[in-house]
Ligand binder design. Structure first.
Ligand code: NDP
Length: 433
């Protein structure tokens, strides 16, 4: 870690995990002898490449592409691609590192990776996005494959981008295979993959609340973001009896005390790539506000951050407590700063960390890989039932680790330990790799 002191996001993600692993290391001295931690924080491979493309005006543009293949101890590398101007090596490494333990928690045989580019799809034409994706895949295709590394979507990479990336992969490799997940229904995609992270988050929250003898029925929920995760978290929260009172984007947020209608969000974001303020123009009960949704003072019970990293500061965590929040579960990756997480623990706010709570997306991606290998397509209810079971089991595995290591209700530490134990066992079995 001393080699990369400037990689702030990566350091934050690593320390969040290392801080919780002491009890496991005490129980397993062989992990220390075999230097597991130092090996775990060093990616097996980090690829950086030039992505040249041409805009609609004929200008030649260049972006930077990345793929960090972090750990393959338990299966082929798996993790999304993010297209956003904030993407750099530190961000990709933090996401790839998180992905190792998250993928382990799903119990499916997938290793950890992440990738992306500082390209911003926002405001670009379909033609520009297609030319960018084709150029990005022209390099990436050398490094991936259905048994090697299977990327998926993340911020800025949805169905449109996956389609263009897949088309180019196929063209260059003369093969039809499940090299990407999040594909469209007409060419090998899985039912429920679009909804999986948001639905999975709510299945996790349901299990978390039930373990406290509580339920989502009648709860008020704040959600941030209005992308893929936020939209389907909003849908499932309402189906489970909660009222979602906010959604947001990077400009501002919408407050609707009657409950956000996910179909309007879906239409704005997926239908015509609009901005969330248009929601308030379409729904009388809603108002639009600039700034962060976490600074908005209103009573509620459950916070589900679904936008991006470090969106919740310590002051915003304090405001949550004042507003009556009892549960925080992370749809986004690392949305709470470390001081906010400490505050949750110190003040009895039960916390579901990203690597457990948002694992539903990658879990269904792995189910998409299975369907592609079998050349079969499962029904929506088959996939949804498996997703429910996986998310409930992730909560139970974290809860069990809390019992075994005497961690109370620190489900964050429980998730880290449950995910780590499997990876460490696999790394130990495979020797000095
Ligand atoms: P989308 O691109 O679909 O949506 C991202 C949403 O977050 C948008 O509303 C966007 O607003 C907002 N956002 C992005 N950056 C910022 C920022 N700096 N400040 C405020 N708002 C911001 O992405 P996803 O929904 O797929 O991903 C959201 C989070 O969930 C990410 O952390 C991602 O890593 C995580 N995740 C996603 C999974 C998936 O399956 N998609 C799986 C597991 C985790 P705007 O349009 O203004 O940029």
């Amino acid at each position: 870690l001393q080699r990369d002191p400037e990689q702030k996001e990566f350091q934050e993600a690593v320390f969040e995990v290392l801080d919780t692993l002491t009890p496991v290391l005490e129980k397993h001295p062989e992990y220390i002898a075999q230097n597991i931690l130092e090996r775990l924080v060093e990616p097996e491979r980090a690829i950086q490449f030039r992505v040249p493309w041409q805009d609609d005006q004929g200008n030649w543009q260049v972006n930077r592409g990345y793929r960090v293949q972090f750990n393959s101890a338990i299966g082929p590398y798996k993790g999304g691609l993010r297209f956003h101007p904030t993407v750099n090596l530190s961000v990709v490494k933090f996401l790839g590192f998180e992905q190792i333990l998250k993928n382990s928690l799903t119990t499916l045989p997938i290793g950890g990776a992440k990738g992306g580019s500082d390209f911003d799809p926002k405001g670009k034409s379909d033609g520009e996005v297609m030319r960018f994706c084709q150029s990005f895949m022209t390099e990436l295709q050398r490094h991936i494959g259905p048994d090697i590394d299977v990327p998926a979507g993340d911020i800025g990479v949805g169905g449109r981008e996956i389609g263009y990336l897949y088309g180019q992969y196929k063209r260059l490799n003369f093969s039809q295979n499940g090299v990407l997940t999040g594909k469209g229904m007409t060419y090998g995609g899985s039912k429920i993959r679009t909804e999986a992270t948001g639905f999975g988050l709510l299945y996790y929250v349901k299990a978390l609340l039930e373990a406290q003898g509580d339920s989502l029925n009648g709860k008020k929920v704040k959600i941030s973001g209005s992308g893929n995760v936020a939209t389907y978290a909003t849908q499932k929260a309402a189906e489970l009896g909660a009222t979602v009172i906010t959604v947001s984007d990077s400009d501002g947020f919408v407050y609707d005390p009657k409950g956000i209608d996910y179909k309007i969000v879906q239409d704005i974001k997926e239908g015509y790539r609009g901005r969330i303020k248009e929601y308030a123009e379409r729904q009388e009960s809603a108002t639009y506000h600039e700034g962060s949704v976490w600074d908005f003072d209103v009573a509620y019970d459950v916070a589900l951050p679904c936008a991006t990293q470090n969106e919740i500061s310590l002051d915003e965590a304090k405001m949550m407590q004042k507003d009556g929040v009892k549960y925080v579960a992370e749809g986004a990756n690392m949305p709470s700063v470390p001081e906010a997480i400490d505050f949750y623990h110190e003040h009895g706010i039960l916390f579901g960390p990203a690597k457990a709570a948002n694992a539903g997306g990658v879990a269904v991606s792995a189910l998409e890989m299975s369907q592609n290998s079998e050349r079969l397509a499962w029904t929506a209810s088959e996939v949804d039932n498996k997703l429910k079971e996986i998310m409930t089991n992730i909560f139970k595995a974290s809860e069990k680790a809390c019992e075994v290591y005497d961690l109370g209700k620190n489900y964050q530490a429980g998730a880290n330990i449950a995910g780590f134990e499997k990876v460490a066992t696999a790394m130990t079995a495979q020797g000095l790799v």
